[in-house]
Design a protein around this ligand. Sequence first.
Ligand SMILES: O=C1O[C@H](COP(=O)(O)O)[C@@H](O)[C@H](O)[C@H]1O
Length: 232
Amino acid sequence: MASTLHSFASPADLAGSLADKVADRLSAAISARGTASIAVSGGSTPKAFFQALSTRDIAWDKVTITLVDERFVPADNPRSNHMLVDANLLQNKAKSARFVPLYQPAATVEEAARLATEKSAEIGIPFDVVILGMGGDGHTASFFPGGSNLATSLDASTPRGIITMEAEGAGEPRLTFTFSSLQDAALLVLHIEGEGKKDVLAKAEGSGEEADMPIRAILRRATSPVEIYWAP
Ligand SMILES: O=C1O[C@H](COP(=O)(O)O)[C@@H](O)[C@H](O)[C@H]1O
């Protein structure tokens, strides 16, 4: 499916514009079905966008928020994506949204993935909005080059749900929604910032193996158009 690049003069401009776009989509879903869903990324990039989105006028009590991926660490760990979302998105008007975490206090990451899959199955499919990020190594969600479950996670026939991932560049073991869960969102966004990430994107758009730069799976095979939001 095609992708469209939306470039902004600054990260603040991008955050405001993306927040408006996402708010419109969530509100449209609420008008149509009574509920809306969004899966967001962690990392350093989405903070300003989260803060802007949290101020938008939406019937937040009808919105379910989850993460596209998470480290296998509890919510009070500063490295958790949950803590980032708590501090920046589940604030202001968005305080009344429902949050479905991926981390589960289980003995193993595999058991946590099974429990998270069970809990996230209550969220309607497909997601109304998915916001992906991208690492300098071309990973997105926790689809890491060399990842333990990379092939399975990217296989379009792997069922929707959460799968585990361990990889050299990943730090802790990870929990990640599968490609099949994310690729058909009504609004599928890739949010990246900086010249370095633009170069990584250009490389990913060239030829090469998906396994080397897993973001290629989204750029090449997502059934929804990919809206790329970039600022320097
Ligand atoms: O590990 C992760 O990194 C990516 C990108 O993070 P950034 O700090 O370069 O913005 C992120 O999209 C993903 O959710 C996160 O778990």
